[in-house]
Ligand binder design. Sequence first.
Ligand code: GSH
Length: 259
Amino acid sequence: MPPVKLFQFRHSPFCEKARLLLSAKAVPYAVQEVTPGVGQVDLFRRSGQRQVPVLQDGDVLAVGSVAIARHLDSKVPEPPLLPVDPQARARALLWENWADTTLAHGARMALLQAVSQDNHLRKALLPQATPTPLRDLLGALPGEMVSGVSQLLTRAGFQQLGHALEQLTTLVANGQPLLDAQHCVADVAVAAQLYGLKFPTAAGAELAGRGVPGIADHPLFEPLFAWRDRIYGAMGRGDLTPAPSSDPDNPASTPGDHG
Ligand SMILES: N[C@@H](CCC(=O)N[C@@H](CS)C(=O)NCC(=O)O)C(=O)O
């Protein structure tokens, strides 16, 4: 059993970011799936807050994806997630911040809206512990009964997300990392937030290739998702294997072997 444990929601982009960071450093880890609600009470007891991801590495607890990147750089210095050069580091941190806030918000809203209109997505994204009858029931409900989110992302908000993705597509069209010659936390943070816009292979067969209509299937964004997929490859997550996950009732059951 690896000594490093990731507390996660399977399909959270921030947890995907943490898994990509762990893979970039080739650190073996186990995952503990946190049950939304009740599982977050235990997480609060451990970490003083209720959000995932949280990484436990022996006595060290890294709370949130930014702290996880810092911890992994101190544990395994090469390759650095944060560039050593101060200016490159500043650029990487600004990119990470943009991805974790503006991009994360737009992508989350767009996915929520897509989920409210797509039974298949809704069922596939439910926590693993959801009993099959409840999964079937929730999948069958009309979108507006499951969430009142259909008005959350305005047309302007969707357009703003589209414009940002267009700029990103232009920036990465040559397939290069966002900064300098080496992939760093900037690339990982951006790639992770694209997770629900078009699910990567690593999300599993039920989700791979699906996502937000108008984005996942728009030819304009193909180079962006191809770039994202290359990052997964570079981080050792380009294969068909979904991230390891454990039974929430028996968290020690599945050692993570990604890295
Ligand atoms: N700033 C945090 C954000 C983490 C975050 O937003 N986690 C979400 C899942 S994507 C969460 O735990 N939401 C549950 C809640 O807020 O209760 C990071 O970088 O890790």
